[in-house]
Write a protein of this length. Structure first.
Lengths: 232, 261
């Protein structure tokens, strides 16, 4: 059984094969971009927005509120990155109910790519917020001895992000495939519905963890100390 | 190996492109739309707040105006009450004055009526007394009162002071040679002769004497030369009778007019 979509070549462009992971990712991207464009092209700035506009505003506002709840004072700054992570993963997972579709998040390459993006985004936002030296000093706190452990922690949590999402999505897909062979009708539907729920939850977890990492990197020592004092 | 690094690189690129596209077509427009709506709502809230403040200021102004109206109304009412009170006091004063004037006039009228009544009463009483006295004297003594009356009158003439006699003589010489003798009882021949003789002796021998009886005259005799009068009568007794009547009336009804008592 082929459990990775990386080996599934859908078509070729200029002699280069486009695998299912990339192909379905383009589908998801096309859906998100076209849907957004179709709605935002007719945005109304008065007090009577359309239902679709309200739906988009609810989504954006909810994500922004969640980012703010993670401790960020400027949610708008992280909204494109965190929001895209959530929408992409959620949309990729929800489309699993479509026959013939294989979620790109079921590929370790995709989850690794997303985790690498988070791994890069964390120091980018941290350095942009605190400066290079101040950001790098957090690796040697409380002492220089902690430097390798902090580096290992960065890598391990990135690895955990990638494997957690991959494992959950891939396992759901594999279980559905197995259940189709065992009990062709009832259990696959049940597991698909369960997959929708777990897909949303995984998208939420991935986005929230990414924001937590970014928030911990962008939070200054002063504000961290102030927060600790408040908690005490 | 589950990881295809080429796919990883492509997915990273795809993700970054997706971030840019969604920021271009989703987050940016939606955020701007929400911000524009929020600003519109905020502007309308500000406008509503300003309208409300203006309305409250207008309400305060109207309330203040209402208070001023109340104060002015109260002042005007107090002023009108004062004027009404002053007018009432003035009218009461006028009424009291008029009432006093009417009362005074009425009392004067009553007093005048009383005086007329007393005068009429005393005159009639005098006449009755005279008639009664005359009848009684005629009844019991059979005497004529004329001679006694003439004697008393002649005696009075003889007792006149020189000044009065000179004045009578001068009038008889210059103004009139006629003398009128009026009496309450008839004077007969001898009696008239005595009186005429006394007038000739005392005043002038040229004087002509005319006699007349007057029913309305109280018991007595009156001599008139020109405008000069010489009289003896019982009027002095009737004056005392008048005083007695007045005293009796005042004792029964009180003084005629305030201030006169």
């Amino acid at each position: 059984m082929d459990i990775s979509t990386d080996q599934w070549i859908l078509f070729e462009i200029a002699g280069a094969g486009v695998n299912a992971t990339i192909g379905f990712t383009w589908v998801v991207m096309a859906l998100l971009v076209f849907g957004s464009w179709a709605i935002t092209a007719r945005l109304r700035h008065d007090e009577t927005p359309s239902r679709w506009q309200i739906m988009l505003e609810v989504i954006v506002t909810t994500i922004s509120d969640q980012i703010g709840a993670m401790g960020s004072d400027t949610p708008g700054r992280y909204l494109p990155f965190i929001g895209t992570l959530f929408l992409y993963i959620a949309c990729a997972n929800l489309l699993a109910v479509v026959p013939g579709y294989r979620p790109p998040t079921g590929s370790l390459s995709t989850t690794t790519a997303l985790a690498v993006c988070v791994l890069i985004a964390v120091p980018v936002f941290g350095i942009a917020e605190q400066g290079l030296l101040l950001y790098l000093r957090r690796y040697i706190r409380p002492s220089v001895i902690m430097l390798p452990f902090n580096i290992i922690a960065e890598i391990s949590r990135t690895l955990a992000l990638a494997v957690r999402l991959y494992g959950n999505v891939m396992s759901g897909t594999v279980i559905v495939a197995i259940m189709i062979g065992v009990a062709p009708f009832f259990f696959p539907i049940l597991l698909q519905l369960l997959g929708l729920l777990t897909g949303l939850i995984q998208a939420y977890i991935f986005a929230v963890l990414a924001m937590v990492y970014i928030a911990s990197a962008t939070r200054t020592r002063t504000s961290a100390s102030a927060n600790n004092e408040k908690e005490n | 190996m589950q990881i295809d690094w080429l796919t990883v690189a492509a997915q990273i690129a795809n993700f970054l492109v997706l971030v840019w596209l969604l920021n271009r077509f989703l987050y940016g427009p939606v955020t701007r739309a929400m911000q524009a709506r929020e600003e519109g709502i905020e502007a309308r809230l500000d406008e509503a707040r300003q309208t409300r403040e203006a309305a409250e200021a207008e309400a305060d102004r109207l309330r203040e105006k209402h208070r001023e109206f109340d104060t002015r109304r109260e002042d005007m009412l107090n002023e009108v009450r004062g004027e009404v009170e002053a007018l009432r006091e003035e009218l009461e004063h006028d009424l009291q004055e008029k009432s006093k004037a009417h009362q005074h006039a009425w009392k004067q009228e009553v007093a005048a009526g009383r005086d007329d009544f007393v005068r009429e009463l005393s005159q009639r009483a005098g006449q009755h007394i005279q008639q009664t006295t005359r009848a009684v004297l005629n009844e019991f003594t059979g005497a004529d009162l004329g001679p006694q009356l003439a004697d008393r009158f002649v005696e009075k003439l003889e007792n006149l002071d020189d000044e009065a006699l000179k004045r009578l003589r001068r009038l008889a010489e210059t103004r009139s040679t006629e003398a009128l003798i009026e009496s309450s009882v008839p004077l007969h021949g001898p009696t008239r002769g005595n009186v005429t003789r006394a007038l000739h002796n005392l005043i002038s021998k040229e004087i002509e004497v005319t006699y007349r009886e007057r029913e309305d005259m109280v018991f007595g005799v009156r001599l008139t030369i020109a405008e000069q009068l010489v009289e003896w009568s019982a009027a002095v007794w009737l004056d005392r009778l008048d005083d007695a009547f007045i005293d009796t009336l005042e004792a029964m009804t009180g003084p005629a007019v305030e201030g006169e008592a």
